[in-house]
Design a binder for this molecule. Sequence first.
Ligand SMILES: *Cc1c(COP(=O)(O)O)cnc(C)c1O
Length: 403
Amino acid sequence: MTNKNDSTINDLGYYGQFGGAYIPEMLYPNVEQLRKRYLEIMYHPSFQRDFDRLLKDYVGRPSPLYFAEKLSKKYHTRIYLKREDLNHTGAHKINNTIGQILLAKELGKTRIIAETGAGQHGVATATVCALMDLQCVVYMGEVDIRRQAPNVARMRMLGAEVRPALSGSRTLKDATNEAIRDWINHPVNTHYIIGSVVGPHPYPDMVARFQSVISREMKEQLLQQTGRDYPDAIVACVGGGSNAAGAFYHYLEREEVDLYVVEAAGLGIKTGHSAATSVLGTDGIIHGSRTLLMQTEDGQIIEPYSISAGLDYPGIGPMHAHLIRSGRAKALSVTDEEALTAAFELTRLEGIIPALESAHAFAALDKMQHNPEATLVVNLSGRGDKDLDTYIKHLNQTDEPTR
Ligand SMILES: *Cc1c(COP(=O)(O)O)cnc(C)c1O
C-alpha cells in the first residue's frame, strides 16, 4: 500500500479549509473510533497482506494501463487508459469496499450499511459482504432504483437488502441521509461503508488511501511503457471524487503532472439541471464535511442533475474542493450530450463501452489543449454494462453505423 504519512491532509482531517468532521453527537463514538484506528489497522502488515491478496486474486489487479492508439491519433497526443472497468464488479469502487470490509471485521462489526447512486458502490459492497458473510443493507434513491435496475437485481442476488430513499430528489444525497440515520440507530454492530471521498474525517482520507492503488500501479506501468513514472496529465470524472483521488494520489505533490477533474454539467451549467459543483457550489457542510456544495443562499441543498447516476451529487469531496480552489487541479464540465457522444466515440474507436460517468472524462478531451509529445492518462473508472438502456435509447439518434 502507500506510505502512512504520504498525504496532504492535516491531523484534524482538513485539506486547506475543507474537510473536518461535522457530525451529530450520537455518531461521535463511531467516527472517533475510526479516526483513532484507521491508519494503525490499514498499515498493519497482516492487513496489507490480506488487502493485496484480495486485490490481486479477487478483483483482478493490477488493472492494465492501455495505450489507446486510435484515440491518441484523434487528439494528436499519447493517451493511456487506466482500465478500472476491468475490475471485478466493473468499476474502481471494489478497491475501497475490499479495504473497508477488512477494516470492519477488524473492528468486530457484524452489519454493513452503504449508500449508492448508480448502484456500483452498492454492488461492490454487497459483493464483499457476500464474500465475508456479513449482513448488508444498501440505501438507494427511488429514482436511481428505477434507472439502474440491473444493479438492483445484482445486489439482491448477492443477498443485500436494498432500501429505497423516498425523500428529496430520491437520488444519491437522499440515500446518504438515510444511511447516516441508520448508523445513528445502530452504532455498535454496524459499519458504514461510504463509497467515495466524502463524509466526515477520516472517510475522505481512508477512501483515498484505499483507492491510491490506482496511481501506485500507474507509476510502475508508466515507467515500463514510457520510461518515466509519471504522465503530463491525468483526467478523471468526479462525483464525490474517489476514482480521481486514487488516480491522483501519488502525484499530488508532483507539480509537473497536471490534474483534471471532470464534473457533470447535466443539461448545461446555467440550466438549473446540473451537478457542476466546483462552478455552482459554495462553502458549506454536507454529510459531515466542510466542502463545496450546491446550495441556496439560506443553505438548502439544490437538487443536482446528471444523466449519470454516479455523478448526480450536490457536493464534491473536500480533497477536490481544496485541489480546485488552490489551483492544483483544473475543473472541466461536460454535458449529458457531450458525454453520450464521447461514449459512442470511445466504443467505436477502441472497442470499449465506458460507464456514463467515465464518458464524461473522455468528453473533456475536447476541451483541453494537446501536445503530440505529451503523455496523458484517462482514468476509465468503470464499464458501461449498467448504462446500456440509456445508450440504446440514444443509439438511433446520435450514432447510426456508417460502415
Ligand atoms: C461511482 C462512480 C463514479 C463516481 O464516483 P467517484 O467517487 O467520483 O469516483 C465514477 N465512475 C464510475 C464508473 C462509478 O461507478
